[in-house]
Design a protein around this ligand. Structure first.
Ligand SMILES: Cc1ncc(COP(=O)(O)O)c(C=O)c1O
Length: 381
């Protein structure tokens, strides 16, 4: 085997892709070690990954799930979202911040973002709305405003939940994502700052949330297969209607290696973002949201361009072999969401979203590539 067999690298047409994976020999060895171990699902690797992740984030507990979405589903239930509960969510996010609210029977209340400089949920929204829960999503890893949202939520008796899917390694006022709310969730999907292929990590300090989430992850069973294998009684009870939202030991082993590399990857991202920002400085048709990139995971690099030029710029970049993306088409504009809540308008969210282009960013990107992206962007403007 050459190691390149099965790789799609070089088979796509992008000269500069939006994202590329950073997987080394250590990850391959870790996965192979599990394959030879005789135990492939929830066991020692998972427990070790959870412990290491909790230590990194600074929470008491962490639970590894099959995806960020399944972890969010269980986090929402364990935090108390249920039938008739009102949940304030940004529309400027990925669909799966919102879908599990619907699964839980919760009522979605969409909130506006701050504006061009801060793409996160506006703290005014929590002052305005009468809700039971608020979900904060640090867009691109920028946690700006979370402290204000938290203090208003505390005053009003609203429960804060964090969707940390962009924020691996972000730090805000000395705290990591997941330390502000009752519960937080990290996605470990393929394009995240670190990955397990598919996967998600629920983090919390709340013992009751942890206990319930652990049960719901595995069919509501009072004793797990691994505990029985390790000699515990064969007897188990089913105490809740649960799910199978477990991930595998191979994913956990991969995640443990990736977690050790997170700081290094994030440093590379930071340097590239610094360079992007220097090159873009002074171009008045391009705005770069947020400014505190030193404390962000820099999951994505978003720029805002005049909305009437957006599509032609995206097409022009694609012609030059530069892949871009859109974070995000607002969730309230999707058909299924309109079917559920009806037509609404969120003027700030819509105005900002239709200016956004996500430019390539990943640890192995070179400064020459950044130069090429910026000079293509300048030409197209
Ligand atoms: C903001 C946000 N929330 C939730 C998710 C869902 O995570 P997953 O893809 O692991 O289910 C993602 C993943 O892309 C995300 O970006």
């Amino acid at each position: 085997m050459t190691g390149e067999e099965g790789s799609i690298r070089g088979k796509n047409s992008w000269k500069i892709p939006l994202f590329d994976l950073s997987i080394g020999e250590e990850e391959k060895e870790a996965v192979l070690r599990v394959l030879s171990s005789g135990w492939l699902t929830l066991g020692e690797e998972t427990y070790a990954f959870e412990k290491e992740f909790a230590r990194y984030v600074g929470t008491k507990y962490a639970l590894f799930f099959s995806s960020g979405t399944t972890a969010l589903h269980v986090a929402y239930i364990a935090a108390g979202i249920g039938k008739g509960k009102k949940v304030l969510v940004p529309s400027y996010t990925f669909i799966s911040t919102v879908t599990p609210v619907i699964w839980c029977g919760g009522e979605i209340v969409f909130g506006e973002i701050e504006g061009e400089k801060n793409l996160n949920l506006s703290s005014e929204e929590i002052e305005e709305h009468d809700v039971d829960f608020v979900v904060f999503v640090p867009i691109g890893g920028f946690m700006n405003g979370i402290d204000r949202v938290k203090s208003i939520a505390d005053e009003k008796g609203v429960t804060l939940i964090e969707d940390c899917s962009h924020a691996h390694g972000s730090i805000y006022r000395g705290k990591r994502c997941g330390q502000f709310g009752k519960v937080g969730v990290y996605s470990l999907y393929s394009n995240k700052n670190i990955t397990t292929g598919e996967g998600g990590m629920l983090v919390t300090d709340d013992e009751e949330v942890y206990r319930r989430a652990k049960l719901l992850r595995s069919h509501g069973m009072s004793r797990l297969a691994y505990e029985r294998y390790r000699g515990s009684s064969e007897f188990y009870d089913v105490v809740e209607i649960g799910y199978n939202y477990r991930a595998t030991e191979m994913q956990a082993a991969l995640g443990r290696v990736q977690l050790r590399k997170l700081e290094l990857y994030n440093k590379k991202r930071k340097d590239l973002v610094k360079y992007y920002r220097e090159l873009l400085d002074g171009i008045d048709k391009v705005k770069v949201p947020f400014s505190n990139y030193e404390h962000s995971s820099n999951y994505i690099f978003s720029v805002l361009v005049p909305s009437d030029r957006r599509d032609s710029i995206v097409a022009g970049l694609a012609e030059r072999g530069i892949q871009t993306s859109w974070h995000y088409r607002p969730v309230h504009t999707f058909k299924v969401i309109k079917d559920i809540i009806g037509e609404i308008t969120l003027p700030v969210t819509e105005r900002v979203a239709f200016q956004e282009i996500t430019l390539p960013l990943y640890p192995e990107m070179t400064t020459e590539m950044v130069q090429e992206v910026v000079s293509a962007l300048k030409d197209l403007l």
